[in-house]
Design a protein around this ligand. Structure first.
Ligand SMILES: [Fe+2]
Ligand SMILES: [Fe+2]
Length: 169
C-alpha cells in the first residue's frame, strides 16, 4: 500500500477510535439522565465508528496472529509505563492539575498489570496454551484489573467491590 494511504488510514483509525469512545461516554451520560433512546443511538453509532476503525486497521494490514498481537499489545503497554505516563504524570504534578495527576496515575498503575498479563499470555500462546483465567474484573473508577475474583476494595482507588465489572469467558 502507498505510504500516503497508510498514513491517511491510520489518521482515520485514530479519529474513528476516539469517536467510538466519545460516543460511548455520551451514551452513559444519556443513560444517567434517563434518555433511553438517545443513549441507544449513541451506543449504536459508537459501534459504527468501531466498525470503521476496524476496517481501516485491517486494510492497512495491522492484524497479526495471536502471538504478534500480544507482542503489539505488550509493546504499547510498556511504552505507556516506561515513557508516556511517567512524563505525563510528572507534568500534571508540575502544573498542579489534580484531575490529570489522578487519571495518569490510575492509567499507569493498570497498564503495569496489563503488561504482566500480556507477557504471561504471550509465553503461554507460544506453547499453544490459552490464558488460565476465565474471569477478569475491571474497576469502573480507575481501570484496575484483577483476574478470577474481584477484591473487596480496589487497592488503587478504594472503590467498593460493586464497582468492578466482570468479564467472563
Ligand atoms: Fe492497558
Ligand atoms: Fe479502582
Amino acid at each position: 500500500m502507498h505510504k500516503m494511504t497508510v498514513e491517511f488510514l491510520m489518521n482515520a483509525f485514530a479519529g474513528e477510535s476516539q469517536a467510538h469512545v466519545k460516543y460511548a461516554i455520551f451514551a452513559e451520560e444519556c443513560e444517567k439522565k434517563g434518555h433511553k433512546n438517545l443513549a441507544n443511538m449513541f451506543k449504536a453509532i459508537s459501534h459504527a465508528e468501531y466498525v470503521h476503525a476496524r476496517g481501516h486497521f485491517l486494510a492497512v494490514g495491522k492484524l497479526g496472529d495471536t502471538a504478534m498481537n500480544l507482542q503489539t499489545a505488550l509493546d504499547g503497554e510498556n511504552f505507556e509505563i516506561d515513557e508516556m505516563y511517567p512524563v505525563y504524570h510528572e507534568a500534571a504534578k508540575f502544573q498542579q492539575e489534580k484531575d490529570a495527576v489522578r487519571t495518569t496515575k490510575y492509567a499507569m498503575e493498570a497498564e503495569k498489570i496489563h503488561a504482566n498479563m500480556y507477557a504471561k499470555a504471550l509465553e503461554l500462546v507460544k506453547s499453544g496454551k490459552d490464558y488460565p483465567a476465565a474471569k477478569v474484573h475491571i474497576c469502573e473508577i480507575c481501570g484496575h484489573t484483577v483476574e478470577n475474583e474481584a477484591p473487596d476494595k480496589c487497592p488503587v482507588c478504594n472503590a467498593k467491590k460493586d464497582f468492578f465489572r466482570c468479564f467472563s469467558a
